[in-house]
Design a protein around this ligand. Structure first.
Ligand SMILES: *[C@@H]1O[C@H](CO)[C@@H](O)[C@H](O)[C@H]1NC(C)=O
Length: 337
């Protein structure tokens, strides 16, 4: 607010040949900038701290068994992108729980995924619940659609996951469901929501019963997180704004100007893995910073770096498949050098 007031006064004072305010403003902005760059550098180190080392002693599954809940008649790409991204980031096993019709399609995209055609079955909740003890994190929403039967089953799956303390990443139509019924996720600190701008505004209005204040976008992310009981929110955009109700972190790693569909699925899938790693590492490895904030920052930076690398190769013709092919190199560049 102080800065805004100063901007308002700037033109008037400059017209009077009064440069003091401009100086103060520039100092404030450059300080702010230096601060956020420092925060970014530190945060990269924290992400490196949560990555489990690759050793010969491990067994299959230890580095992550991730489940993606989504995939229906219309949408089969999104759950595939999310699940394959989880594997490319370093999960050992990736499951997709989708509607019956979507299953053969998703299987045909990749032999690397385990696909369960259960999401529209009358036993969907029971069937997914049977797998929960073997999963480290769920990604709910990619390609889910808005069919009532599917959404009702997803409610049951969310309740069952909360009861078991399984971390959940919620995106796309999973967020639409939360906007209809915020109590589903209210106060569940192991949830991370990944709204784009439109999804964010819808959620904000549903929860705070106020239109979003576009003059203070970072504050809005903080307030929505607090109103939902301090769960972690990533508002995706030109810069990704992340908050856990206490801190606000901004990820402005260079990405690309392409906005092809599927980039959000890469983010949610990689986040599934990073959330598991971060909670396993705990706050001792993250200097006391909320591990979910660190995971969120890591997934945003990785998605942006993958986008930047793919764009350098393919330019305007870049698609999400090209980005997924860059995940390995992007990960090495950001977190292993
Ligand atoms: C959320 O975090 C803020 C800032 O740390 C704190 O003031 C508030 O009490 C927390 N809310 C809940 C529900 O824990």
């Amino acid at each position: 607010m102080v800065v805004l007031a100063c901007v308002g006064g700037l033109a008037a004072r400059a017209a009077l040949g009064f440069p003091a305010c401009r100086l103060v403003l520039e100092r404030a902005f450059s300080l702010h900038k230096a601060h956020s760059i420092k925060v970014m550098e530190n945060t990269f180190q924290l992400v490196r701290n949560i990555i489990p080392p690759l050793t010969t002693k491990k067994y299959k599954g230890q580095d992550g068994r991730i489940g993606v809940v989504g995939g229906c008649q219309e949408y089969t790409g999104a759950p595939y992108f999310a699940a394959i991204s989880a594997l490319k980031v370093g999960a050992d096993l990736s499951h997709v729980f989708c509607a019956k019709e979507a299953a053969p399609v998703i299987k045909s995209y990749s032999p690397e995924l385990i696909v369960h055609p259960v999401l529209d079955s009358p036993h969907a909740v029971r069937d997914v619940e049977a797998w929960l003890p073997r999963l480290h994190a769920l990604v709910v929403g990619p390609g889910l659609g808005r069919d009532d039967v599917l959404l009702e089953n997803v409610k049951g799956i969310l309740e069952a996951s909360k009861a078991r303390g399984i971390p959940v990443v919620i995106d796309a139509d999973g967020l639409w469901l939360i906007a209809q019924q915020p109590s589903l996720i209210q106060g569940y600190r192991k949830a991370v929501l990944t709204p784009n701008y439109v999804e964010f505004c819808r959620l904000y209005e549903a929860v705070l019963r106020d239109p979003m204040d576009s003059r203070d976008p970072d504050g809005a992310v903080l307030r929505l997180s607090q109103a939902l009981g301090n769960l972690t929110i990533i508002q995706k955009g030109e810069r990704d704004v992340i908050s856990d109700g206490d801190q606000v972190l901004v990820c402005s790693q260079e990405g690309s100007r392409r906005r092809c569909g599927g980039q959000g699925d890469l983010l949610s899938g990689s986040l599934g893995v990073l959330v598991h790693w971060a909670l396993l590492a705990g706050s001792e490895k993250t200097d006391g910073v909320n591990p979910l904030l660190v995971a969120a920052f890591g997934a945003c930076a990785l998605t942006r770096q993958s986008s930047s690398q793919a764009f350098q190769k393919y330019g305007r013709s870049m698609t999400t498949t090209d980005m997924i092919a860059e995940v390995g190199a992007a990960f090495r560049k950001l977190f292993e050098t």
